[in-house]
Design a binder for this molecule. Structure first.
Ligand SMILES: [Cu+2]
Length: 181
């Protein structure tokens, strides 16, 4: 670093001596360029599929229950997992009524309504997964009545999130807190 600074000084001095303005300008640009080499660390992003095989596994059961929209519910309204674990949720849709389809999304806190609206827009062809994924941490497939899915994903960073079923008309009754501690 010192050497660079010195040679820069020398160059500028020489330029002054020769009274060559172009030379001086070129050298100043060169000196400024050295700052470009200080690069920023890339932002660390959460990837639910980035599972550490050595991480402890937290296994739990979750049911979607009820045979009509006024009684449908998740079997819990709060899920707590430990930081650095692999989360394994045995998700079961216990309904028998054909209209009772459910999914399980983990989303940023305070976004269940907007995600549900975007899910409606995405529709069944996209498995109700919104185009804008910025609020999504994990998305399951849509479970028909009687179906189940083993959902395995890396625990998100420590924080408070929400889980929600985004099948049209379900988000208000079917949501809860997802806490990583
Ligand atoms: Cu649902």
């Amino acid at each position: 670093m010192k050497t660079v600074f010195f040679s820069t000084l020398l160059f500028v001095s020489l330029s002054f001596i020769s009274c060559d303005n172009n030379y001086k300008t070129d050298n100043q640009n060169g000196a400024e360029d050295t700052s470009v080499y200080i690069s920023e660390e890339p932002a660390k992003t959460y990837d639910p599929q980035n599972i550490d095989p050595a991480a402890p596994v937290m296994e739990l059961n979750l049911e979607a229950q009820g045979n009509s929209m006024d009684v449908m519910a998740f079997s819990t309204n709060e899920i707590r997992v430990k930081n650095g674990t692999t989360v394994k949720i045995n998700f079961r849709n216990t309904a028998t009524d054909a209209a009772m389809k459910h999914n399980f999304f983990v989303v940023k806190n305070g976004t269940i309504e907007s995600v549900a609206m975007e899910s409606n827009t995405a529709g069944p062809d996209k498995d109700f997964i919104p185009e804008d994924k910025s609020n999504l941490l994990y998305t399951s497939k849509l479970l028909e009545p009687g179906q189940s899915e083993e959902m395995v994903f890396a625990a998100p960073p420590v924080g408070i999130y929400q889980f929600v079923c985004t099948y049209p008309g379900h988000w208000q009754r079917m949501n809860g807190k997802f806490i990583v501690e």
